[in-house]
Design a protein around this ligand. Structure first.
Ligand SMILES: [Fe+2]
Length: 255
């Protein structure tokens, strides 16, 4: 389904919604025991974010992020799913993660079967350019609002914190959004475009995107594993002009 509006904050029918109840894989409404693997992953992600915020430029864009992560409710078991790109590449990306990011990588692998790994931009009309990306990329939120029937283990209406896996030789097309964004690369090598500048990044590097600053990621010879945070604006649209028809470029799409 395409959200076909040229209004930047127009049709919001397919954006994040935190109103759905937590359900387990069997569809029951009872809350399952807290997952030790998810708790460990949450702690590891917080440590990675704290470490990055000490040294990143423009850290003022992410004031309060660590506090929001610490204030999240404990992770709960949710309906999980995997995708072929995760099954094919996650273990290899984790094995390639160097110290000290190996601990976070292994925490993600241990918790992976408890996360909802999703395909990106399912609301866009099919196209060869989109499919070339979609089949080779997945993201999983540890924290954030409910999204298309999937709940992350830690519900939060405002912020997003999660992970992505991108197969080798894949372009995540240029896109932008209002909330600032902080990425940390856990494993792999990736050419990262911010504005008009391409930079080769690897494990331990970070990437910061300011409001509506275009960015793209092209993986090189290895799968790329990242963590990613939006400190606020979880319900914001993502814009991917190259995959919109010419007469509706900038049409809002939900992440
Ligand atoms: Fe982004």
């Amino acid at each position: 389904m395409r959200i076909g509006s040229n209004n930047l904050e127009g049709d919001r029918s397919d954006i994040w919604s935190a109103s759905q109840p937590v359900t387990g894989s069997a569809g029951c409404s009872s809350v399952r025991p807290v997952s030790e693997a998810l708790e460990h992953l949450s702690r590891q992600l917080l440590a990675a974010v704290d470490d990055s915020l000490v040294s990143v430029p423009q850290a003022d864009l992410f004031i309060g992020l660590s506090e929001r992560l610490r204030a999240l409710p404990p992770p709960r078991s949710v309906r999980a799913q995997t995708l072929p790109v995760v099954d094919e590449w996650l273990a290899a990306a984790v094995a390639a993660a160097p110290e000290p990011w190996s601990d976070l990588a292994h925490a993600l692998l241990a918790a992976s079967s408890r996360l909802p790994w999703l395909m990106a931009y399912e609301n866009l009309d099919p196209s060869p350019g989109l499919e070339a990306f979609q089949r080779h990329y997945s993201f999983a939120l540890l924290a954030g609002p409910s999204f298309r029937g999937h709940q992350p283990p830690q519900i939060d209406d405002q912020m997003i914190a999660g992970f992505s896996i991108q197969a080798p030789q894949v372009l995540y097309p240029p896109h932008h959004h209002a909330p600032p964004e902080l990425y940390g690369i856990i494993s792999g090598a990736v050419e990262w475009q911010i504005g008009d500048t391409w930079t080769l990044k690897g494990a331990g590097d970070t990437a910061i995107h300011r409001a509506h600053e275009s960015h793209a990621m092209r993986s090189v010879g290895q799968p790329v594993l990242t963590w990613v945070c939006w400190p606020h604006g979880a319900a914001s649209h993502v814009y991917m002009p190259s995959l919109d028809p010419p007469n509706s470029s900038m049409a809002p799409i939900s992440y």
